[in-house]
Every structure is written in C-alpha cells, then in structure tokens.
Ligand binder design. Structure first.
Ligand SMILES: C[S@@+](CC[C@H](N)C(=O)[O-])C[C@H]1O[C@@H](n2cnc3c(N)ncnc32)[C@H](O)[C@@H]1O
Length: 203
C-alpha cells in the first residue's frame, strides 16, 4: 500500500524538529523531504521491496520517504562515500531507522556479487558524481546489482554553464544509446530516468 502525502506529513515530517541553519528556513528539511516523496511517486515501489539507494547524503532526504513507502518489511541499503553527519538523527526521529542499513562505500565499486536488489535509486545525486566516467561506473554498478534502476535529477543540475552543457550532453548521449529502455520524464523541473537493465547495451 502506498501512503498519501498528507499521511506522510503527519506521520513522518511532523516528527522532525525545525532546524536552526540560517539562511535556510527552519523547515527546509521538511520541504526537501516532501519533494523527494513526490519524486518517489514515479517509482513502482511495493511494500517489502529490497532497495539500494546510492548517494543518500547527510540528511537522508530520500532515504526517509523511501523507507516509509517500503514499510517495515522493506529494506533500504543506503550508500554514501562520505556524508553521514545527520543521517542517524533524522532516520531515528522519523521512526524508519530500523529498516535502513547505512553503508559507507564508493558506489563506483559495489561489494554485491549479483543482483541483490529489486531496485536501485539515485535521487538528485548525478550532480555529485564528479565526472562522466564516475557517472557511467556508478550507473553500471546499479544496473549490475539491481533488477531496476531509477534516477532522478532536478534542474538546475550544475553550478555553471560548462557543467550544465556537460551533464546535458551526457544525458542526451545516454538517451541516444538507450532510446527504447530509457524513460525520460518530460516535467522540466524533475527529469527522471528509468532504466530497464535487460534492454540496455553495455555503456
Ligand atoms: C546531492 S547529495 C545527496 C542526494 C540525496 N540523495 C538527496 O535526495 O538529496 C549526493 C551524495 O552523493 C554522494 N556521492 C558522490 N559520489 C559518490 C560515490 N562515488 N559513491 C557514493 N556516494 C557518492 C555524496 O557524498 C553526496 O552525499
């Protein structure tokens, strides 16, 4: 069963205390997490699934709504190579900590020898993968270990014109290579990629 937005606000977001991190507004984490909850509505999530999240980040912004949607019979293996500062605090206070397994790893090389996950997700993390080579390695690893892959990235996804052109080129190239298996969401605010590994050619 998928829970609605109002229930998510009541059951999860309301448990997160306001933050004192000016110039950000006190409810910035709530706003960001609600955006991730909306992004995850595009993913065919079922309760009890075993999901790998790449680049979960310090605040578990995607991890919490993902875990909530999977329910306590589900699992999120949350991977990040470095940023964990508030992860424990946020997952504890929201009540989803016990079905999340945090792993400090570089996602360019994942330690899973076979397809161990129903789904792998990367939400608003493409921008943090430093080079095209890293993007290709990380996405290839996600495809190797999961049945399905879901990637979302928001705009603007780059800090300057050069980065923007680079990322656009990469996404267009990816789309050209995998036209039939790549689903590109037309919403200009949140382009979403869904990859079906069985139809992908090697990158
Ligand atoms: C923009 S942040 C957090 C995105 C988060 N999923 C969200 O919803 O906001 C992306 C994260 O990816 C992590 N990251 C970057 N390269 C990585 C890699 N090679 N392996 C694992 N994590 C990586 C960074 O440490 C950072 O915490």
């Amino acid at each position: 069963m998928h829970f609605g937005e109002e229930t998510f606000k009541k059951e999860v977001l309301s448990k997160i205390p306001p933050r004192n991190e000016p110039p950000l507004p006190p409810n910035w984490l709530h706003i960001e997490m609600l955006e991730r909850f909306r992004v995850l509505q595009f993913v065919p999530i079922r309760e009890g699934m075993n999901v790998l999240e790449i680049g979960c980040g310090a605040h578990a912004l995607t991890t919490v709504p993902l875990a909530y949607l999977l329910g306590e019979t589900g699992r999120v293996v949350a991977v990040d190579k470095s940023r964990w500062r508030f992860f424990e605090e946020v997952t504890s206070v929201t009540g989803v900590k016990h079905w999340i397994i945090p792993l400090k790893l570089d996602a360019r090389e994942l330690p899973f020898p076979f397809k161990a996950f129903d789904l792998a997700v990367l939400v608003h993390g493409i921008r943090s993968l430093k080079s095209e080579e890293t993007m290709v390695k990380v996405i290839s690893e996600m495809l190797r270990v999961a049945e399905n892959v879901f990637i979302a990235e928001s705009l603007p996804i780059a800090n300057n014109e050069r980065q923007r052109a680079h990322l656009e080129l990469f996404l267009v190239k990816l789309h050209q290579h995998h036209r039939e298996s790549l689903y590109l969401q037309s919403d200009p605010c949140t382009p979403l990629l869904q990859l079906q590994p069985e139809r992908l050619l090697p990158l």
